[in-house]
Write a protein that binds this ligand. Structure first.
Ligand code: FES
Length: 104
């Protein structure tokens, strides 16, 4: 199973083993990683699962995700993503996911 590494706003690194096919948001919640709220439960409708993922292996955001990224609590960056729209696979083993200072 793929390992992904969550990096807190303070630089703390937290590796977790994710299920193949689950979202980054779901992997964070099921491993008690702080910093993800996910108010809408993964419907790409709240932007409280905002993360920074700078990795060319990750497919680009869809137009719906791209639009919702305009509503993040901290300023959007070029590598901003919704954690509920990035899905983990073996091909993404070792993925680094940076968390913002706040989601609200
Ligand atoms: S959980 Fe709401 S947009 Fe991702």
């Amino acid at each position: 199973m793929p390992e992904i590494i969550f990096i807190g706003a303070d630089g703390t690194r937290r590796p977790v083993v994710a299920q193949d096919g689950e979202s980054v948001m779901r992997a964070a919640l099921s491993n008690d990683v702080d910093g993800i709220v996910a108010e809408c439960g993964g419907a790409a409708a709240c932007a409280t699962c905002h993360v920074f993922v700078d990795d060319p292996r990750v497919p680009p955001a869809t137009p719906i995700e791209d639009e919702m990224l305009e509503a993040t609590a901290v300023p959007r960056e070029p590598c901003s993503r919704l954690g509920c729209q990035v899905f983990v696979s073996r091909e993404l083993d070792g993925l680094e996911v940076r968390l913002p200072e706040t989601q609200l």
